[in-house]
Design a protein around this ligand. Structure first.
Ligand code: IPE
Ligand code: IPE
Ligand code: MG
Length: 237
């Protein structure tokens, strides 16, 4: 199946940057009468699968929405479990990130996270900062509106007065990173949930009913194939 789908990929028409709203972990687990946190755990395997495909196809930028500024409204035990999983991921995968030349970049107000989490992130970001095969952006305590506000405030602090599109972009968390070509959301919800509001002005959107824990290599290839069939116009005819 994977090989069949791979044959349909046109290497010259791949997105340079894919962003993903990884949704549906909770429902995937609930449907199996498992705790929601189990869904998050299985979702980590999907993260690894998507990274693998990006490396294989040489997709250079991958941005994953892992925790939104609105997700603080969830029960404490679920939030704790999510950050535990993140730390476990960083601990177990740091060697591989280095070996595969992946640069970890975290976007959002992540410095406000629990000190332990900030510490593990900082250490892996530091360790992988010279890698460039894949730029893995993880959005943590991320909100698109907050990003724009943070950018304006940073700009003002830096003496900017008259903001143009280019000026504002310089201060976004994603400064220096091309805009996503493709945004995927799993789990059947067709909304943006405060993700990359500024950057997705011309991004192709792909929604699938598949829950994140089941979004593996094949599903990712299907999304890429759908993307390749789109005609991007950017306002032209
Ligand atoms: C996505 O899955 C993971 C996070 C938002 C952290 P959900 O936990 O939102 O799963 P559903 O949407 O409740 O199924
Ligand atoms: C979006 O999913 C945030 C992440 C995937 C991290 P949510 O499950 O939080 O979004 P809503 O609440 O359904 O819009
Ligand atoms: Mg959800």
């Amino acid at each position: 199946m994977y090989e069949e789908l791979l044959k349909q990929i046109d290497a010259n028409k791949l997105p340079q940057h894919v962003a993903i709203i990884m949704d549906g972990n909770g429902r995937w687990a609930e449907e199996r009468r498992l705790p929601r946190t189990f869904g998050h755990r299985v979702g980590v395997a999907s993260v690894k699968a998507v990274i693998k495909v990006c490396l294989e196809l040489r997709i250079k930028y991958l941005t994953l929405y892992a925790f939104s500024t609105e997700n603080w409204a969830r029960p404490k035990n679920e939030i704790d479990a999510l950050f535990k999983l993140l730390q476990e991921f960083l601990r177990k995968e740091r060697k591989r990130l280095q070996k595969e030349e992946i640069k970890l970049n975290v976007i959002g107000r992540w410095r406000e996270l629990p000190a332990k989490v900030v510490k593990s992130i900082t250490s892996v970001v530091e360790e992988t900062r010279n890698n460039s095969k894949l730029i893995l952006n993880i959005a943590l305590n991320y909100g698109g509106r907050q990003e724009i506000i943070d950018a304006i405030n940073k700009g003002i602090e830096n003496g900017e007065k008259d903001f143009s599109i280019e000026t504002l972009q310089k201060y976004l968390y994603t400064s220096g990173i091309p805009e996503p070509d493709l945004l995927i959301r799993t789990s059947g919800e067709c909304r943006i949930s405060n993700f990359l509001l500024w950057q997705i002005a011309y991004t192709e959107l792909y929604f699938t009913k598949v829950y994140w824990p089941e979004f593996r290599e094949e599903e990712f290839l299907k999304a890429l194939i759908a993307y390749q069939r789109r005609e991007r116009r950017f306002g032209k005819i």
